[in-house]
Design a protein around this ligand. Structure first.
Ligand SMILES: *Cc1c(COP(=O)(O)O)cnc(C)c1O
Length: 225
């Protein structure tokens, strides 16, 4: 069992590390958002995180996110929910209804479904494009070479403002190379924010320009299987 104070302590330790790492890198800590990744975590832990003051959460499945947050949101109007997992087009409307940020825009078909859901509901979640920096066959995301055209199309054809880029580096490679590449692609394409870094490598990500880090196990403890 994780107690409320365990989560509060771990969260504070993460915020301290984020501040120190930012300062060492000559950055403002306030420019970096700690996203607590709450997938496959218990209800008790979600409530402990809320009690500790955490308000920004990441989820990788729409249905699970609805179960975790739909009711809690009613009690916490200041919640910010971010989708960080792959999105199927048939879930686009549900995602637009729930999330404040969708970080995994990665194809035209999804862009069309999101545009339609936004037009129908008037809700406009902020959007990140997922980049497959390692060009892995099994991983979602736009290949780096295709990114300029894709972003241009998102802006001109769909009227999307692209807030940021997101990546998940290949497990067997040094993450820093991928974070540096994502930062370069953001600069080249006029994109302001970078979602990169997880429990094991968020400090590297901050040194390389991350504006949000997605931390699961280091925040909550091990996930349920
Ligand atoms: C699960 C997940 C995380 C968090 O991973 P940890 O190693 O537990 O910090 C971050 N990003 C994505 C996309 C995830 O699916």
């Amino acid at each position: 069992m994780t107690s409320v104070s365990d989560i509060a302590r771990r969260r504070q330790a993460l915020l301290d590390t984020i501040s120190q790492t930012a300062e060492d890198a000559g950055r403002e800590a306030s420019d970096i958002t700690l996203v607590a990744v709450s997938k496959r975590q218990s209800e008790d832990r979600l409530d402990a995180a809320l009690a500790a003051g955490q308000r920004v959460f990441g989820e990788n499945r729409v249905q699970e996110a609805q179960a975790h947050w739909q009711e809690r949101r009613a009690a916490h109007a200041d919640l910010e929910l971010r989708l960080i997992g792959p999105l199927q087009t048939n879930k686009a409307a549900d995602a637009v209804a729930l999330f404040d940020v969708i970080e995994t825009l990665d194809r035209d078909k999804l862009a069309r479904a999101l545009r339609k859901a936004m037009d129908e509901t008037g809700r406009t979640p902020r959007l990140y494009v997922q980049v497959n920096t390692g060009e892995e066959d099994q991983k979602a995301g736009i290949a780096p070479a295709d990114l300029p055209d894709f972003i241009a199309r998102m802006r001109s054809e769909y009227g999307f403002q692209i807030e940021g880029l997101m990546c998940i580096p290949p497990v067997e490679e040094p993450a820093g190379l991928h974070f540096a590449l994502l930062a370069k692609l953001a600069r080249e394409n006029g994109v302001a924010r970078l979602s990169m870094g997880m429990s094991s490598d968020f400090e590297t990500a901050i040194r390389l320009g991350a504006t949000s880090v997605r931390v699961g196990t280091a925040f909550f403890g091990e996930r349920e299987s």
